[in-house]
Design a protein around this ligand. Structure first.
Ligand code: SF4
Ligand code: SF4
Length: 431
């Protein structure tokens, strides 16, 4: 694709990067076939190629974003299925990041939009505030019909029926390896995940310890920056990422880390991109160090090897594996989760169209409830069609989204691996 940025525009590193991305696109349109929003809406402007044109025009003109462009960029899930499909290697994620930042800086959103985005930024990255908000949402849920905005109703509907007590396992500390120590890792404990489900970190810690891994929980750990970066709020997102890098590397004072382990794949995609995020910054080397250490928990365990099975619990259980977009497209991790489940004797089945997003996509299900609901219904139908006893995923956002549309229990896959190797039965499977 030809571009026409001025030399002055290209002196901005972000624009120079976007220029390179745009020039790799050959307009072939292969990406439209796997784009969930194009499949639902059938509008070229809601396809990757259409969005790339809109972004190009917006950035080249140097004008503030207009309402039409904002509508179509806001409808993008950021699922990155288009990146997996693109034969030319177009780095759409970086282009989208630039577009969202430009929109936040130049476009004045309607008042309700601004309020909702401010509330999400104020609440979601803070587990304490998020817990309070979830409690408030439970109380307000019976009155949801009175809410003037569909997005507010979606927020009330998304709140889980039960809010788990705080897990002290998420406090800064070190869990020793069982037996001979084979590795030393820091665990990203997440932010929103800690308020919604404490079983995931608990299971991850037990599983890693059993595999001979020393697990460091960094002190006072916050959000990795993914939540606000995805909303185009680069300043806030980078500040949180900077703090995460500092706290993760502090864990190396007592010895080198072999990996930074992530069990929320949405965070993993962002952390693995820290090097790009801080390009030219004073902390670029530290950012690259953390990005280089970052591993999804399944990626890490495939390399290290699982502990042995301890009995026949769950043996042969039919598990539908839902591949989070952030894992399969953002990080290109596809086989590891299924291989681990199969190695533990679960009968792994995959739904049709496994490349398609469930509609969760960070805050997408709260900000775009209509499209998100349609994608959820499609995903749940394909999952239920394979008649699973349980659905397993590697990302809390997907778990909440899919769990809100089916009676089939939904668990994080580390809970199944932990159970098979001696941990407790995942609570979602009942007693
Ligand atoms: S598949 Fe890649 S090269 Fe083709 S239109 Fe889409 S982004 Fe451009
Ligand atoms: S990120 Fe997902 S929704 Fe957005 S253009 Fe690419 S495939 Fe479509």
């Amino acid at each position: 694709m030809q571009t026409h940025f001025s030399p002055e525009q290209l002196s901005d590193p972000m624009t120079a990067r976007s220029n390179k991305v745009l020039r790799t696109c050959v307009h072939c349109g292969f990406c439209t076939a796997t784009c969930p929003t194009y499949q639902v809406l059938g509008d070229e402007l809601d396809s990757p190629r259409g969005r790339i044109y809109l972004i190009k025009e917006m950035l080249e003109s140097g004008r503030p974003a207009d309402a039409k462009t904002v509508t179509h960029i806001d409808r993008c899930l950021g699922c990155l299925a288009c990146m997996t499909t693109c034969p030319s290697g177009v780095h759409y994620a970086h282009l989208l990041e630039h577009a969202r930042e430009h929109i936040e800086q130049t476009y004045r959103r309607p008042a309700m939009d601004r309020i909702l985005r401010w509330v999400l930024k104020f609440v979601l990255p803070h587990p304490g505030r998020f817990r309070l908000a979830l409690m408030g949402a439970r109380i307000a849920r019976p009155f949801k019909a009175l809410m003037p905005d569909r997005r507010l109703r979606a927020m009330l509907e998304m709140a889980p029926k039960a809010i788990p007590p705080v897990s002290r396992n998420d406090d800064g500390q070190t869990f020793p390896a069982e037996g001979t120590r084979r590795a030393r890792v820091a665990l990203m404990i997440g932010c929103a995940q800690r308020a919604l489900n404490t079983d995931i970190n608990d299971a991850t810690i037990r599983l890693l310890q059993r595999a001979g891994v020393e697990v460091v929980i960094p002190r006072d750990f916050g959000c990795c920056g993914a939540l606000t970066l995805h909303m185009g709020q680069e300043g806030d997102g980078k500040a949180r990422a900077r703090d995460s890098i500092r706290r993760l590397l502090a864990a190396e004072r007592d010895g080198p880390l072999d990996a930074v382990i992530i069990n929320t794949s949405g965070c993993g995609t962002t952390i693995k991109d820290y090097g790009h995020l801080f390009k030219g910054d004073a902390i670029e080397a530290d950012a690259r160090r953390v990005a280089g250490l970052a591993r999804d928990v399944t990626e890490f365990l495939v390399g290290l090897g699982l502990p042995a099975r301890t009995g026949d619990q769950g043996l042969g259980m039919r598990v539908a594996y839902h591949s989070a977009c952030s894992l399969q497209h953002g990080q290109q991790v596809r086989a590891a989760p299924k291989d681990l489940l199969a190695a533990m004797g679960f009968a792994v089945v995959e739904p049709a169209d496994p490349h398609l997003c469930c509609g969760s996509a960070g805050t997408y299900n709260l900000l775009q409830p209509a499209l998100s609901s349609e994608l959820k219904a499609r995903k749940v139908a394909t999952l239920e069609a394979v008649a699973p006893e349980v659905i397993a995923a590697g990302n809390i956002g997907c778990m909440m989204q899919i769990g809100g549309g089916t009676a089939v229990p939904v668990v994080h896959m580390v809970e199944l691996l932990d159970w098979a190797t001696g941990g407790p039965k995942p609570p979602a499977l009942g007693s």
